[in-house]
Design a protein around this ligand. Structure first.
Ligand code: LLP
Length: 419
């Protein structure tokens, strides 16, 4: 496959399909994914895991479209879920339950019940009250729930504060100092079976060292827990590997996986199964958000390009001031103007890119890059905007992975008060 998003004869393509033709057929805003790019990223993980006891559990939250999940399920992936909804999606996409790990800080009893009945591989538990609840739910069902504790190793992932999760100040995980005692407590619960240990330190991590720092702490803890007579079968190192949005230089997938697996082996833990929970690094650069320029609005301080996508379609810029590259689908000759690319939503925070040099006319198409992860999944109906459609391109073939939402669907669950 050629690079997934490339200019051919002056027009941006996804694989072998011009993006402009997709805008014509399906309208905008439109999420466009490259099947080849999804598979290439997955293969990089799979290859680096070859010959090792290691498995890949795709973080569903990054991109939960059924067709996208199905591409990974076909490639042999497991999944990392955080809700009953994500469990339903993963199963519908063809995942086998025994390759699903259930993460998240607030699992309800109902979600635990459904996941236990489905037979998930493991619950990544984050507190003693959650252990108590899971134990009770498992007792009710006459089962033993497989459990791994998510420990908080208190390392700095050196990423945006909103997406770092392994610091003491974060809500996630069992505090490192309390982890050994929490394992002892879990071991006393009759309807739990301890199977592993888990950590996840953050997202969009662009260095290997925070992973290794966390791993060293976790492996030290594993030694203590086993000294207490509890066997730890697997070590789940979480997700978090960053991608290039702008000029970041994250490690290659294979490089990170190798560094982690090597460290585990060097420390004498090579017999344990290792789990990875990648999201962004699998899907982020496999997708763009295609949008059309509605108006150009010159100003005395700033010029605005008002497009038909908005913060409800792609929340990351508004939420994290995240940078997404924005390119014209058919770049024009001529002088560029510096624009803020903004949406129609009634919020000053509704911007998609700031100070972008582009030569534009109304009606032009723009591709907002690196939108495959936490793009559609974080979209909303704010301003009563129907959610975008999603398509997957495979060579020359275009598959509609999600129809554009209609206003009828959007309003379907609402009821006016009786007369
Ligand atoms: N495992 C756990 C337990 C997680 O909480 C996450 C992400 C992942 C795996 C996958 O992480 P990844 O490989 O995608 O970094 N909405 C934010 C990102 C939030 C990440 C939440 N947890 C964003 O748009 O940047």
């Amino acid at each position: 496959m050629a690079r997934p998003f490339e200019y051919i004869d002056g027009a941006l393509h996804v694989e072998n399909v011009p993006l402009a033709s997709l805008a014509e057929r399906f309208g905008t805003p439109l999420y466009v994914y490259s099947r080849g790019a999804l598979e290439t990223a997955y293969r990089a993980y799979a290859k680096a895991c070859e010959g090792r006891r290691a498995s890949i559990h795709v973080a569903v939250k990054a991109n939960s479209n059924l067709a996208v999940l199905n591409v990974f399920a076909r490639a042999g992936a497991g999944f990392d879920i955080v809700s009953g909804g994500e469990l339903a999606r993963a199963l519908k996409a063809g995942a086998s339950a025994d390759r699903i790990v259930f993460s998240g800080v607030g699992k309800t009893a109902g979600e635990m019940r459904v996941a236990l009945e489905a037979g998930v591989k493991c619950f990544n538990v984050e507190s003693i009250p959650e252990l108590d609840r899971l134990n009770a739910v498992a007792a009710e069902l006459g089962k033993r729930a497989p459990v791994s504790l998510r420990v908080n190793p208190d390392v700095d992932p050196k990423t945006h504060p909103y997406i770092s999760t392994g610091l003491k100040s974060n809500k996630f995980g069992v505090a490192f100092e309390e982890a050994r005692e929490t394992y002892r407590a879990a071991a006393r619960m009759s309807h739990l079976a301890i199977v592993g240990i888990d950590c996840h330190i953050g997202s969009q991590i662009t260095e290997i060292s925070p992973y290794l720092d966390a791993l060293d702490k976790v492996l030290g803890l594993v030694e203590q827990i086993e000294a207490d007579g509890v066997t730890i079968h697997h070590v789940d190192v979480g997700g978090g590997l960053g991608i290039r949005y702008d000029d970041e230089t994250p490690p290659e997938i294979g490089e990170l996986v190798k560094a982690v697996l090597d460290r585990i082996a060097e420390r004498g833990h090579g017999h344990r199964e290792v789990l990875f929970e990648p999201g962004r690094s699998l899907v982020g650069n496999a997708g763009v958000l295609l949008t059309r320029v509605e108006y150009l609005k010159p100003g005395s301080v700033k010029h605005f390009a008002i497009v038909d996508a908005a913060m409800n379609d792609l929340a990351r810029p508004a939420m994290y001031e995240a940078y997404h590259a924005i390119d014209a689908v058919k770049p024009r000759d001529g002088a560029a103007t510096t624009y803020d690319v903004v949406g129609p939503v009634c919020e000053s925070g509704d911007w998609l890119g700031r100070d972008r040099a582009l030569a534009l006319e109304p009606g032009d198409l723009l591709a907002i890059r690196s939108a495959g992860a936490y793009g559609f999944t974080m979209s909303s109906n704010y301003n009563t905007r129907a959610r975008a459609a999603e398509v997957i391109v495979d060579g020359k073939t275009v598959h509609v992975a999600r129809e554009r939402e209609t206003l009828e669907q959007l309003l379907a669950n609402e009821r006016i008060l009786p007369a």
